[in-house]
Design a protein around this ligand. Structure first.
Ligand code: PNS
Length: 167
């Protein structure tokens, strides 16, 4: 059985992520969506919230499960027996962001990264933009799976005043 890991911070999961997960599942028998910490980003949602929202989003997809990544992605891939990491590309900026990580992961444990081109109709969707639109009062329900918009709005409402604790 072939296994792939679709990793990300999923803060929050979007329809663009789901598109990549579906494409990965078409190539591999099992897909593990790995919800990880990106130490260069400060997350809006807790790891537990991000896992919960991702689990709800993939609930109808056979052969797809969601797990938190406790440490290094490359070690997680080894632990779940993944033959590859699968990541989506929307354009050149994603290549610049993803290639160094793919090379580092291969250096660490030998895991390969397979890049797939997402649906161009979803290329405008990024978690960071979803949060920014929501933060400014815009609608994001057509960019994210059911339940995510509500969770993002809740988290934004619960944010401490600027200068307070961050996640
Ligand atoms: O969705 P993102 O934020 O672009 O995903 C990046 C992520 C979370 C996959 C990356 O930061 C990651 O792999 N984090 C886990 C820790 C790790 O392995 N760091 C070294 C990466 S080369």
């Amino acid at each position: 059985m072939t296994v792939a890991v679709c990793p990300g911070s999923f803060d929050p999961i979007t329809l663009g992520h789901l598109d990549v997960v579906r494409r990965a599942r078409a190539m591999f028998d099992e897909v593990v969506v790995g919800v990880a910490r990106n130490s260069s980003k400060s997350a809006l949602l807790t790891l537990e919230q991000r896992v919960e929202l991702a689990r709800a989003a993939v609930a109808g997809l056979p052969g797809v499960r969601v797990e938190p990544v406790p440490g290094l992605l490359s070690e997680f891939c080894r632990d779940v027996g993944a033959a590859a990491v699968v990541k989506g590309l929307r354009g050149g900026a994603d290549v610049d962001h993803e290639v160094p990580m793919a090379l580092m992961n291969r250096h660490l444990t030998g895991v390969e990264t397979v890049f797939v081109l997402g649906d161009p109709a979803l290329a405008h969707i990024a978690s960071s933009l979803v949060k920014d639109v929501a933060r400014h009062g815009g609608a994001v329900g057509d960019l994210v799976p059911a339940g995510v918009e509500h969770a993002v709005r809740d988290a934004l409402g619960a944010l401490p005043a600027q200068g307070g604790m961050t996640r």
